[in-house]
Ligand binder design. Structure first.
Ligand code: NAD
Length: 375
């Protein structure tokens, strides 16, 4: 199989972490006998400097004509004074719109080796591995009418959902649950909102097509609390746009650092993979950014765009193994963790060293598995 991947490093640490994600992707795809071409294009502040616009036509065209898009991050203080429509972030919003993905997938994983980086107790975190499936194109962020009243003293937004919008994202959640622990928690506010009543009814109907999956419904307020008290009790969480935005950020605390978080936006013309963090101008250019969120996003690319579930798991195993061996980027290092004593055996590595460690470990993981199957 041949894969064309558009790479958009963007600004700040975006280019540093993307370089490491591409390095790992190249190695894994090679190990699995895929041919791959990476084409790099400008987006965000870099594109403003080069082309005067945050999303040049050439970039958009390359993205819509590839198998997948891997993005770093956009933005930076030098662009903060520009009008909102001209800032780097507007290029990313326009790209997401052009690609049309309606399901945003965000894993929140508690890695045992870095449990001390989370504000939650290790016994609470134990085993937590959640996949959020957030509806991305509907709900209150897009509903009309919206705006301020003539007086400016009142404002309104509209939350709207159709059955079709709910059905398609519910199918994504159930299909993901099939590959995981076969449990879906659908989150709504059906005791108050009509959109949530439609949500609950529709998800329940879709569930009949997935008899092997257990479906729970949970109110969003109860879910917000349970994510902190019992994060290990969730598998796949499916919810509408606004609730998903808030809950997935809340659940990020279980991973211990923003640099660990990955995402995929799927269901449109071309799927988009990006770490959750921004361009981190405070650490950009120093080679200390954590590339694991970008690398985990590359694993999601292998799973969803390359059809390489095993390759995705190999990368995820390699990330876990590198952390288990005590390697840390600065954000996961002892001064950031609650208990400095536990940091003594850790080794702090640069962005590039962490990328190289995951790359060599993933090759070992594949070798070991192949050797095991050969005997
Ligand atoms: P940020 O995510 O860039 O940084 C927040 C904090 O997390 C900083 O202290 C940073 O050093 C740290 N951090 C982020 N990524 C890290 C990594 N990989 N390794 C180690 N530490 C990391 O958020 P911000 O500071 O609010 O925003 C900076 C710029 O990024 C702004 O211009 C913002 O608009 C933009 N932004 C872009 C995206 C995106 O491209 N998807 C997302 C969020 C923010």
């Amino acid at each position: 199989m041949r894969l064309n991947i558009t790479v958009l490093p963007g600004d700040g640490v975006g280019s540093e972490v993307t370089r490491e994600a591409v390095r790992v992707l190249r190695t894994v795809l090679d190990l699995y006998g895929y041919e791959v071409s990476f084409e790099e294009h400008a987006i965000g502040g870099v594109a403003i400097r080069q082309f005067g616009t945050p999303l040049p036509d050439e970039t958009k065209h390359a993205c819509t004509n590839s198998h997948a898009v891997l993005l770093g991050a956009v933005g930076g203080p030098e662009f903060d004074s520009l009008p909102p429509g001209q800032r780097p972030e507007s290029g990313l919003l326009a790209l997401r719109q052009a690609l049309g993905g309606f399901a945003n997938l965000r894993p929140a994983i508690a890695y045992a080796a870095i449990a001390d980086c989370s504000p939650l107790r290790p016994d609470i975190l134990k085993g937590a591995d959640i996949l959020f499936v957030r509806e991305l194109l509907g709900g209150i962020y897009f509903g009309e009418p919206r705006g301020f009243d003539a007086s400016g003293a009142a404002a309104h937004n509209t939350m709207r959902y159709s059955e079709t919008e709910i059905e398609r994202v519910a199918h994504v959640a159930f299909r993901q649950a099939r590959m995981r622990h076969r449990k879906v928690t659908s989150v709504d506010k059906a005791n108050v909102l009509e959109t949530s009543q439609l949500w609950r009814k529709t998800v329940t109907r879709v569930a009949r097509e997935y008899a092997e999956i257990r479906l729970d419904h949970m109110y969003v307020d109860a879910c917000a609390m349970r994510l902190i008290t019992h994060p290990g009790s969730f598998d796949v969480v499916v919810t509408e746009n606004l609730f998903g935005d808030i809950l997935s950020d809340e659940a990020a605390v279980i991973s211990g650092s923003l640099g660990m978080l990955a995402s995929a936006t799927i269901g449109g013309k071309v799927d988009l993979y990006e770490p959750v963090h921004g361009s981190a101008p405070d650490i950009a250019g120093r080679g200390i950014a954590n590339p694991l969120g970008a690398i985990a996003s590359a694993a999601m690319l292998l799973r969803h765009s390359a059809g390489l579930e095993q390759g995705a798991q190999d990368v995820e195993d390699a990330i876990r193994e590198v952390l288990d061996k005590g390697f840390r980027t600065a954000d996961l290092s002892p001064q950031h963790s609650a208990d400095p004593q536990r940091g003594r055996t850790k080794r702090v590595v640069s962005t590039a060293e962490m990328g190289a460690l995951v790359e060599s470990t993933v090759a070992d993981v594949v070798d070991r598995r192949r050797a095991y199957h050969a005997v």
